[in-house]
Design a protein around this ligand. Sequence first.
Ligand code: AMP
Ligand code: ZN
Length: 460
Amino acid sequence: MFKLYNTLRRRIEQFEPINSPHVGLYTCGPTVYDYTHIGHLRKYVGDDLLKRILIANGFDVKHVQNITDVGHLTSDADEGDDKLDKRAKEKGMSVWEVAKFFEQYHFKSLDQVNVLRPNIVCRATEHIGEQIKLIEKLVKKGFTYQTKEAVYFDTSKFPDYGKLSGQKLEEKVVGVRKEVVVDPNKKNPADFVLWFFTVGHFQDHTMRWPSPWGEGFPGWHIECSAMSMEYLGDSFDIHTGGIDHIPVHHPNEIAQSEAATGKTFVKYWVHHNFLIVEGGKMSKSKGSFYRIDDILEKGFDPLALRYLFLTAHYRDKLNFTWQSLEASQNALNNLREEVREWDNPKIGCAEFEQKFIESVNNDLSIPQAVAVMWDMVTSDYPTSAKARSILEMDKVLGLKLDEFVSKPLEIPQEAQRLVKQREQAREKQDFKKSDDLRKEIKKLGFEVEDTPSGPRIVVN
Ligand code: AMP
Ligand code: ZN
């Protein structure tokens, strides 16, 4: 039985979908004005693990993810500019090209860490009509007010506003996005924009569309409500995001969706904790804003990063260090080498598979599940049984072990000859020759590791 921590009720609950075996899953996607970084990757790998576990439990998952390609003011936009407009000017590209560029980078990064693609990817700019329709419903039901600058959601009309964050409306001043442009006619600090007008500060905003209230562009929150309900219905099963979405973005989504439909928007809310780097917040000025290219440049396998993500529970912070990535790379290399030598998959180890599924079903206890996997690897079960079971486990872990299980390393004779010559050179203490030979071996795609029991050849 699958159990999941539900932020809405602050407890672990048994997962029961609204319309089993179908599961509607919505994951908040990226704002595409900058590169996807390894913090984002942790969040998306977390979503991916959740999805794979649901599939392993026999559920039929429909996964929807948005792309925020409308420029908005963001919480760290001290400059008071629309980041997309700003980026476009910097790069000499149109805002549309910038959004496409970073969207492609996002999915390319996700592919590298073996995140399954969503069933539906929906862009905010391609769903302006749906967003306007939803705002129209809210206007009709009296949940909005209009100023010269924007149409707002009136949070005082929605008494349940704090049910996700646990914050009372009066306390809500804290956590509201830093507002660069202060509208003197906004009533409560928690009220949020449904539709911006392209006037005043925003008169030059590139992306703009006509609406019943005037030309402008949608607020940030409305796209997630409009698109999730478009593809998954008014009420659906799971909605995820980073913990930064608990105080503002997700309460806003709940308020506007439930005010419009009168129904419960989402049954289970899942929030991922953050990745920090070398003990601190990822930061461009400190040079700790790493992306997948930085990982590859240093010679790591992107799946070593995925392995590192598996070592922490999704509700705990994870501290990234190059040392911890190195340890993950070593663990992954050892695992790959071990499984290569196993006999062809047959039967399986029911005992370990059972323990594994119990762990992942217990609110995604992945570190525990990985420990179960290693217990199995070092157990006395026949290797054919272990091979079968590890392939089952890897359907959840996503380490692409199928490329290694029962596939012994075939070392070409040429490489073997060079390794022997290198050993002889080392015995004669001719380290220059030994180094040159190592380079030759590397060219053939192999690496020699010197171990106490002699040289060991691994794939480069
Ligand atoms: P953004 O594109 O910056 O709005 O972020 C997209 C998603 O990634 C959001 O759900 C954020 O909560 C999440 N996120 C951003 N930074 C990190 C981080 N350092 N660690 C984990 N998740 C993050
Ligand atoms: Zn969202």
